[in-house]
Unconditional design. Structure first.
Length: 280
């Protein structure tokens, strides 16, 4: 049984208790979400062949410092970086390293910036130089699945409606949705209720109500959905070494739909449209 409560400052995550935020929470999330989007926009011009993910992580950290924000992942459960950088067959939680990016790689950068206590959480894909048509197709599927999940995020629908929309589309494209990692509530907590699965059945799960704030962050594999965690305790990779992609927005349920907090003002969220945006 799910219980909905009015959000309160300092409230910790409690299983099956969903916080409903008012305008103050939405204002805080807009500020945090937009700064996170700007950080990811900044990295577009640096994510090139020859650059290391450790260098991208450094740039993200400096951006956060310059704007009075804190990267939520830094020292979170022992994690020592400001971003997660997931390359090619890495599904999520990839650790920045000194290894240089190569032409044809696909990279996901995931960052959460904390601004005045509010968490803006987003990730997007970065094609490194010219990428294969197979990689482009994976990115296309992943971004379309996020769009469909967001379309289902409105009052009266359920978390299952979001998952079903994503799963139905991805599997129709002969790809697979990762089951091991899900979206999550957030706000003043980095991770909160509800869990947002990217698969499921329409009409099942928690009902979506105005004031809910959460992420949708589908991870899509070209092969099978199975993953494994490497010995570092963080890095999740596809078991069959197939390519994986992810994209993520933070959003809040409104009276008529939802508000995306982490949209790119420069139109750089979708990498396949980025060049078009930059050329304007």
């Amino acid at each position: 049984m799910v219980t909905y409560v009015k959000a309160q400052d300092g409230a910790q995550r409690v299983p099956n208790i969903i916080q409903l935020h008012g305008e103050e929470g939405f204002a805080g999330m807009r500020k945090a979400g937009q700064l996170t989007a700007k950080a990811l926009d900044m990295l577009v011009s640096y994510a090139k062949p020859g650059v290391s993910t450790l260098e991208l992580d450094r740039l993200a950290f400096e951006f956060a410092q310059d704007h009075g924000a804190k990267p939520a992942t830094l020292f979170y459960r022992g994690y020592r970086h400001s971003t997660c950088t997931s390359l090619n067959h890495v599904v999520c939680h990839g650790i920045p390293s000194q290894k240089a990016l190569r032409e044809g790689d696909i990279l996901n950068i995931d960052i959460t910036l904390v601004v005045d206590g509010w968490h803006g959480d987003s990730s997007r894909m970065y094609p490194i130089g010219e990428i294969s048509r197979k990689s482009e197709r994976l990115i296309e599927i992943t971004y379309k699945s996020l769009e469909l999940g967001i379309e289902a995020a409105k009052p009266g629908n359920t978390t299952g409606d979001i998952g079903a929309a994503i799963q139905t589309y991805v599997e129709s494209q002969r790809a697979s949705v990762v089951r091991d990692f899900v979206g999550h509530g957030l706000g003043q907590n980095f991770h909160d209720e509800p869990s947002i699965m990217h698969f499921g059945t329409r009409g099942e799960g928690a009902e979506l109500k105005e004031g809910m704030i959460f992420t949708i962050e589908p991870m899509v594999n070209l092969g099978k959905p199975h993953v494994k965690i490497l010995s570092d305790g963080w890095t999740a990779v596809t078991r069959d070494r197939s390519l994986s992609a992810q994209c993520e927005h933070s959003l809040g349920i409104t009276a008529n739909g939802c508000e995306i907090f982490t949209s790119s003002e420069k139109g750089l969220f979708n990498p396949l449209l980025t060049q078009q945006a930059l050329s304007k």
